[in-house]
Design a binder for this molecule. Structure first.
Ligand SMILES: NC(=O)c1ccc[n+]([C@@H]2O[C@H](COP(=O)([O-])OP(=O)(O)OC[C@H]3O[C@@H](n4cnc5c(N)ncnc54)[C@H](OP(=O)(O)O)[C@@H]3O)[C@@H](O)[C@H]2O)c1
Length: 282
């Protein structure tokens, strides 16, 4: 029987909104002990299952692991408040979209290691994807972080930040794209006379059932589509529309390109903010 993984003591969540709480929910449902962890968020609004405080001064002993879960635009401000509480033993795990390792290092020069993690909201139900990348985590730390993130879903280490960004573009933002697809399927059902309640349940269950079936059997999507579409049948007529000029592929590629461009802009903004902060310090 495998043991429940343990978080480094203490672990701090710096910021705990949508994504921080999704991770907390996943860890709680995996039975991970959060009794020594602390959430620091300005509102002090309680996060179920974790001691929550409104300031670093109330957080208790200095952290061994920090999960940085604020908006990228807040990095410079939060880093300035957080730095005095960090020792050279603290490992920083940043969830900040688009903010590169080099930029994080300028904000946290003393940290033992800097790791970027890109989760998606599925971590709350332990079916997430959490890409990991680091330039300075050693094998022992990689193993430790794999052990604590694996209960949240698929947690691969990526070779470089380019590949990490690619996983983020597909999986980090992916739940939003899948949500739109389910809505579009719902609207199509409504246009055929179904009530919203029935159409949305059917759309959701169809996406869930298809994904679950493929995830549990390993069947590829081309084969799933072939099994539904009999030659010259109704599904084949529908697929011919979706497949015409690879319109669906092109649409998703364009959406992901736009998200990647925005990721590049956020990285540049974070770099400029950190250069400005450096200039103020010097
Ligand atoms: N949402 C996603 O699906 C997703 C996916 C991948 C990565 N991410 C990344 O995860 C990060 C968080 O995103 P989110 O969607 O969870 O944002 P969010 O819901 O807006 O949460 C942001 C958190 O930051 C806290 N905060 C603001 N100023 C702070 C300060 N000075 N010190 C400490 N905490 C502070 C807020 O506290 P209060 O609650 O008290 O206001 C809030 O808890 C972002 O960097 C994003 O790029 C998000």
């Amino acid at each position: 029987m495998s043991e429940t993984p343990r978080l480094p003591v203490p672990t701090w969540f710096v910021g705990c909104g949508n994504m921080g709480q999704a991770i907390v929910a996943g860890w709680r449902s995996a039975g991970i002990d959060l009794s020594s962890a602390a959430v620091i968020r300005p509102s002090g609004q309680p996060v179920e299952g974790v001691r929550t405080v409104a300031s670093f001064a109330e957080a208790g002993p200095q952290p061994r692991l920090v999960i940085l879960a604020v908006k990228p635009q807040k990095l410079a401000e939060v880093a300035e408040q957080l730095r005095p509480w960090l020792t050279s033993k603290a490992v920083m795990v940043s969830l900040l979209a688009g903010v590169e390792l080099a930029t994080l290092r300028t904000h946290f020069p003393r940290a033992a290691a800097i790791v970027r993690a890109m989760p998606n909201l599925g971590v709350a139900i332990r079916r997430g994807v959490i890409a990991l990348v680091s330039g300075d985590a050693d094998d022992a730390l990689r193993l430790q972080l794999s052990t604590i993130f694996a209960p949240l879903g698929f947690a691969p280490w990526m070779a470089d930040e380019g590949k990490f960004a690619a996983v983020g573009a597909v999986a980090g933002a992916g739940p939003a794209y899948v949500a739109r697809f389910v809505e579009a399927l719902t609207k199509a059902g409504e246009q055929r006379g179904l009530s919203h309640a029935i159409a949305s349940t059917i759309a959701l269950e169809t996406v869930l059932g298809t994904a679950w079936m493929a995830a549990t059997t390993g069947e590829d999507m081309e084969s799933v589509a072939r099994r539904v579409a009999s030659p010259k049948g109704t599904t084949e007529a529908g697929l011919a529309v979706l497949d015409r000029d690879q319109v669906l592929d092109a649409l998703l590629a364009a959406a992901i390109d736009a998200a990647s461009r925005r990721g590049g802009e956020l990285a540049e903004e974070a770099k400029s903010a950190s250069l400005a902060a450096d200039a103020q310090l010097s």
